[in-house]
Design a protein around this ligand. Structure first.
Ligand code: NAD
Length: 297
């Protein structure tokens, strides 16, 4: 069992830290947000006085932060992890951030003598609570082998994707597919409605035919066929439009940097941008079917 510093105790981080504690690790948490600290205290998580305190004796430091700027600041800042963590500590960043920042921070960690993995997750808050997240890890074989038992306390599927940044690359490629596929399902469902075809019948056909995909069979954007999908609860997330838009934009900036053509990803980013701009960023991303019906603000 390891001493673990856990930085970023938000919607995802707090239940992940809770599962590490449950598995027998000694966890010291830290967050800059009052509400997050309050919730962590209420959950009985031990808290550091500040970032340095949370990480200085840790063998492993896990970060679960909003985006690249916070990950950069927490690692590279004056009182950041690369100056305050114990020598030899393993750093695991589970946040979803841009590939370029992930590689920059991993390089700086390497120069400071720390092994680092980017290890973003899929599975949402439900997966974080259940300890069933999928981790996509980028970094050395050695760092991955050290991280595996820690990640196993928070997730079920743990994939080593390659060198630094490849975990983030896997995450944004997966979510770009998801965003595009959801749009395809919404578009087809609205066309079905307009052709006088019951969406439930289209579901019955397509879920057993070549149009089958996760957005249809596990997360259907019309109410009925998949009782657990957000469509059945007024599109309460789930996976919020704002999060989908963040990931589609990360995919677009990575695609531009790599000179890789992603015309459908670009279109998806534009459509989700429009949907979010019209006040729908807090709705589940499958609610974009409303915009296709001309019903969204
Ligand atoms: P969140 O906003 O609930 O939590 C982030 C936490 O980081 C907040 O509590 C915030 O106060 C804290 N924080 C920010 N700056 C900090 C700093 N300098 N020092 C310490 N703490 C700081 O976000 P979340 O939903 O937990 O998501 C975290 C990451 O996981 C994001 O990158 C997100 O894209 C990714 N993710 C989220 C989901 C999801 O369903 N929520 C799913 C997969 C991946």
């Amino acid at each position: 069992m390891a001493r673990i510093g856990f930085v970023g105790l938000g919607n995802m981080g707090l239940p992940m830290a809770g599962n590490l504690t449950k598995a027998g690790h000694e966890v010291l948490g830290f967050d800059i947000g009052g509400a997050a600290l309050e919730a962590a205290r209420a959950a009985g998580l031990a808290l550091g006085d500040d970032l340095a305190h949370a990480v200085r004796e840790a063998e492993v430091v896990v970060t679960m932060l909003p985006a690249g700027p916070q990950v950069r600041a927490v690692h590279l800042g004056e009182d950041g992890i690369l100056r305050r963590a114990a020598p030899g500590a393993l750093l695991i960043d589970a946040s979803t951030i841009d590939v370029a920042t992930a590689r920059e921070v991993a390089d700086a960690a390497d120069a400071a003598g720390y092994a680092m993995l980017d290890a973003p997750v899929s599975g949402g808050v439900g997966g974080a609570e259940a300890g069933s997240l999928t981790f996509m890890a980028g970094g050395s074989e050695d760092a991955f082998a050290r991280a595996r038992p820690v990640l196993a306390a928070m997730g079920k599927t743990i994939v080593h994707c390659g060198g630094p940044g490849t975990g983030q690359a896997a995450k944004i490629c997966n979510n770009m597919m998801l965003g595009i596929q959801m749009l395809s399902v919404c578009e087809a469902m609205v066309l079905a409605e307009n052709l006088g075809l019951d969406p439930a019948k289209l579901f019955e056909v397509a879920s057993r035919s070549s149009g089958q995909c996760w957005s249809l069979t596990a997360y259907c954007p019309v109410p009925g066929p998949v009782p657990a999908s957000p469509a059945n609860r007024g599109y309460r997330p789930g996976f919020a439009t704002a999060m989908m838009l963040k990931d589609l934009r990360l995919a677009q900036s990575a695609a531009q940097a790599a000179g890789s053509p992603t015309p459908l990803g670009a279109q998806a980013a534009q459509l989700y941008g429009l949907f979010a701009q019209n006040g729908n960023d807090g709705l589940d991303f499958s609610a974009i079917i409303r915009m296709m019906r001309g019903q969204a603000g």
